[in-house]
Ligand binder design. Structure first.
Ligand SMILES: C[S@@+](CC[C@H](N)C(=O)[O-])C[C@H]1O[C@@H](n2cnc3c(N)ncnc32)[C@H](O)[C@@H]1O
Length: 402
């Protein structure tokens, strides 16, 4: 029977992250099932997360170890929940869900479930299919769902130390080869190494037992450099380089709330981040429909699942082929940069003098602003450009007469 006394919490950190580390440690101190010990390794040598965790692991004397990143926080019942699940399942690795600290942030990790690719994969139970899906060394495509294999388990796990030892701790990036997706992520390689030792995995579904903060990790600074009109891109957040900055997606949804449209179009759904938020806004409004267009079939299908239950139709088609069924009240242009003016001109006949449109990627580093210039010169739009990382503008439309 595992108890808190059998667990050591390991936290790797960096010197400049002391304030976050303090918060992380406070969350361990508040555990309803207190651990035997906390081992912190501050990586002054900048040797990397694998070495930092391994240095700390070398000092663990308990039967189990629980990992916590220095910028995250355990909920009060985190260890109690994982320990109970370890006792019940007999598994060697127990994982759970993390609650995002940013509204609108969605986990884009994907996994297969009953033969289909599911986004937000932390919420599904693990079985042999999921373990097959995890292991990208076995080939790019998952034999069950045909989606791309890869990691979907966060590092905030409880793991049996004898398996950690058998796995040799956290492998260095690249040490398991470089021919598969994720080869550079030490936390992913650790899972693969554990899998190779025969470790059994168990996942606690349906509830969150820790908070994932999104500082450096999800900062838009990863994709956008500071510039004069947007000196602090680190204040915005994004899940990947395809999905809109979360704060901007929320603004688009707020526009939908403010303008109460009946018919909305989005070009370029990607993983459905903005589509979901627009859909929620329309649902709250009590009327209105979003048609969102995406050429990539995998993205379209994952967005469709994400938007289930919302007034959102994900159409897997090019914006250049789509014809609206009637008047268009709100459009969010977010497919390929070069397509923005082409899409606008195609749908202008369906716009009216209450139509509001938004164009993404209008920052000076993108070609969009220049491409919109002729529309401005012709008097069709009068955009308000906002100084966000990738750039965004909103405008009323002067419809074409005749
Ligand atoms: C920047 S992403 C869109 C981000 C998304 N709106 C969000 O809120 O996260 C651009 C997407 O446009 C898609 N795309 C490219 N050309 C397209 C077209 N002609 N019609 C529809 N989608 C297109 C790409 O596959 C890509 O997923």
């Amino acid at each position: 029977m595992v108890t808190g006394g059998d667990v050591t919490v390991v936290i790797p950190s960096l010197p400049e992250r002391a304030a976050w580390l303090e918060r992380a440690v406070r969350s361990v101190d508040r555990q309803s099932a207190p651990p035997a010990d906390i081992i912190i390794h501050v990586d002054h040598a900048r040797a990397g997360a694998a070495t930092a965790r391994n240095t700390a692991l070398a000092k663990v004397t308990t039967e189990w170890v629980a990992f916590l990143d220095d910028d995250d926080e355990f909920h009060r019942d985190h260890l109690e929940t994982l320990i109970a699940a370890a006792n019940k399942s007999g598994a060697d690795l127990v994982s759970s869900n993390g609650e995002p600290d940013i509204r609108g942030w969605r986990n884009v990790l994907q996994c297969c479930y009953k033969g289909i690719l599911v986004t937000g994969a932390e919420h599904i139970p693990w079985g042999p299919q999921q373990m097959d899906h995890l292991d990208a060394r076995q080939g790019v495509r998952c034999p069950h769902c045909n989606g791309k294999r890869g990691n979907f388990i966060l590092v905030t796990n409880l793991v049996r130390m004898d398996h950690v030892e058998k796995a040799g701790g956290f492998p260095q990036p690249g040490s398991m080869g470089t021919s598969f997706a994720g080869w550079a992520a030490e936390d992913y390689l650790f899972l693969l190494a554990l899998r190779d030792t025969g470790a059994r995995f168990h996942h606690v579904t349906g509830r969150c037992t820790f908070t994932r903060h999104h500082h450096a990790g999800n900062s838009e600074r990863r994709f956008t450099a500071p510039r004069v009109d947007c000196p602090h891109p680190d204040r915005w957040h994004s899940t990947d380089d395809q999905s809109t900055e979360i704060e901007v997606a929320e603004l688009v949804a707020a526009m939908v709330t403010a303008t109460q449209p009946d018919f909305v179009i989005e070009t370029g759904t990607a993983y459905g981040q903005t589509a979901e938020l627009i859909g929620r806004a329309l649902k709250r409004n009590g009327q209105g429909q979003l048609v969102t267009l995406e050429v990539d079939p995998e993205r379209a299908s994952s967005a469709e699942k994400r938007c289930q239950g919302l007034p959102v139709e994900v159409v897997q088609a090019s914006s250049l082929e789509y014809t609206p069924p009637g008047p268009v009240d709100f459009v969010w242009f977010d497919s390929l940069c070069d397509l923005r003016p082409v899409e606008f001109r195609r749908w202008l006949p369906y716009m009216h003098d209450r139509t509001v449109v938004g164009f993404h990627d209008t920052g000076p580093q993108h070609p969009v602003r220049k491409l919109l210039q002729p529309l401005e010169t012709e008097g069709l739009i009068t955009p308000l450009y906002l100084p966000t990382p990738r750039g965004v503008c909103f405008t009323r439309v002067t419809p074409k007469i005749g």
